[in-house]
Ligand binder design. Structure first.
Ligand code: PRP
Length: 185
């Protein structure tokens, strides 16, 4: 397995900056949901780190659930346009205040389809929180209520974002130098 230092072009967002912004997002959510309770929905798998760090800073009563959606083909670097649900929620979200939590919104297809599906289940409210927003790539216009960082169209990894399923564990967001990354090594 290649060491990430071999193909790291730059650290785009370092750990202290990530954590400080996530703390701010939690404070914003706390203010907006004062007197209410909230259900955070983690869109597996990339949103795991932000969900965990976000929830630890929230003071409003918080429940969590997970769903899994696949939008990229195995090994693919770009959205294929194919979105399928591979794991559904356990929670009945009818009459609940729900926040969908994502690591990144790119074309917007994934979160758009998730929203379309979940709206049919009549939540009291449905909002979107994403750590990263590649707005320049958007094909499906969706409202983003809580955005960590607006980023350029670079191939990023770490803090939930994978390269061929690995490196999600890194505590920062890095940019891949595709000339140096060797798949399979
Ligand atoms: C990534 C990411 C979003 C989606 C964004 O998920 O976590 O869900 O792609 O792309 P879009 O806005 O173009 O739809 P992926 O399918 O790679 O799964 P993962 O979270 O398990 O990495």
């Amino acid at each position: 397995m290649q060491d990430y230092h071999d193909f790291l072009a730059e650290v785009l967002i370092d750990e202290p900056t990530l954590q400080a912004r996530i703390t701010e997002l939690a404070q914003q959510i706390d203010r907006d949901y004062e007197g209410k309770k909230v259900l955070l929905v983690c869109i597996l798998r990339g949103a795991l780190p932000i969900l965990v760090d976000l929830m630890r800073h929230l003071t409003v009563p918080t429940a969590i659930d997970c769903m899994a959606i696949s939008s990229y083909g195995v090994g693919a670097r770009e959205s294929t346009g194919q979105v399928r649900m591979t794991l559904d929620l356990q929670t009945n979200i009818s009459e609940l205040d729900v926040i969908l939590v994502e690591d990144i919104v790119d074309s917007g297809r994934t979160i758009g389809q998730v929203m379309d599906l979940l709206k049919t289940r009549k939540p009291k409210s449905l909002k979107v929180c994403t750590l990263l927003d590649k707005a320049s790539r958007r094909e499906v216009q969706i409202p983003i209520d809580y955005r960590g960082f607006l980023i350029e169209n670079k191939f990023v990894f770490g803090y939930g974002l994978d390269i061929d399923e690995y490196y999600r564990n890194l505590p920062f967001i890095g940019v891949v130098d595709l000339n140096k990354y060797k798949p399979g090594l």
